[in-house]
Design a protein around this ligand. Structure first.
Ligand code: MLT
Length: 289
């Protein structure tokens, strides 16, 4: 059992019910709990190289609808500890399971966005008994191709040579729909800020973790829990075809394409995204009352 000495961060308490940094799996993991005990927990895993901040609109919608939500920062991201930067998706899964243990949660609904989806897919493959439902947002079960691995290596080289800022601008162009730069300026600015607040060690560690991840496609047919697949219509990183391929293999799955959005669908079109998200959760009948 990991140690759970809680260090409460007071500054942000007004926004969340609790903001805590627990020592989980040898590192401080920052997480927020909202609506504790009101439903089966819904655990949100952010993408690369972001933080739990990306889920603000979803946490608000789930809170409004009476769900218990936990959003947390993966190691090397946001306010969690950085450690040595030698990350793997396996290690991120170890942290996730240790966090559930630490919070004494035996079963949760897991929702992963992009890299968070890689973590969620591997977590449900390793520990299916810990998850009651799955939400996959703008993600894929495929491992990196050789071309993608070489691109990750080039990103690491760029970040080490010129810093996170030079990487961030190119990355923003890849993840947002072109029009979002004029119509969703707050979302773009918020993601820019999140990326720039992450460290070189954390970002490069996550790039190595993604490049070395396993392919979880074979395990999709074994997923038996209700699953929701969401993807932005213009997502070029993990396109609708990748989402459809997962949906076709997961027996009990539903899929929706989010309009006017690219990879950052939860932030580019939060209304449409949340409508599907909340409807799916309501149909699970996981509310405690
Ligand atoms: C993410 O949004 O988590 C990343 O763009 C995923 C990836 O690069 O494979």
């Amino acid at each position: 059992m990991p140690s759970c000495d809680i260090l409460v961060s007071d500054q942000l308490r007004y926004r969340w019910e609790t903001n805590t940094l627990d020592s989980v799996n040898g590192i401080n993991i920052y997480y927020n709990e909202t609506g504790k005990g009101k439903s089966l927990p819904v655990l949100l895993i952010h993408g690369f190289p972001f933080s739990s901040e990306m889920w603000k609109a979803q946490v608000a919608a789930l809170q409004e609808n009476g769900f218990y939500v936990i959003d947390y920062d993966l190691r090397g991201h946001g306010q969690s500890g950085i450690g040595d930067g030698q990350y793997t998706i396996e290690l991120f899964v170890d942290d996730l399971i240790a966090l559930l243990d630490c919070l004494e949660i035996t079963k949760a609904v897991v929702c992963g966005f992009s890299m968070g989806g890689y973590v969620a897919l591997r977590a449900i493959e390793r520990n299916p008994e810990r998850f009651g439902a799955l939400i996959l947002c703008d993600t894929t079960s495929s491992a990196d191709s050789n071309e993608a691995k070489i691109k990750r290596a080039a990103s690491i080289r760029l970040i080490k040579k010129d810093g996170v800022k030079s990487f961030a601008e190119g990355f923003l162009k890849a993840v947002f729909y072109e029009q979002s730069f004029s119509t969703k300026q707050n979302a773009v600015e918020s993601i820019r800020k999140i990326i720039l607040s992450n460290s070189t060690t954390g970002i490069c560690g996550a790039l190595l973790a993604m490049a070395s991840r396993t392919d979880t496609t074979e395990a999709l047919s074994k997923i038996s829990v209700p699953t929701l697949v969401l993807v932005g219509e213009y997502d070029t990183i993990t396109p609708p075809a990748a989402a459809k391929a997962m949906h076709d293999r997961i027996q009990n799955s539903k899929m929706h394409i989010i309009g006017n959005a690219a990879h950052m669908s939860s932030m580019e079109n939060p209304n449409e995204f949340n409508e599907h998200f909340v409807k799916f959760l309501k149909n699970l009948n996981i509310l405690t009352d």
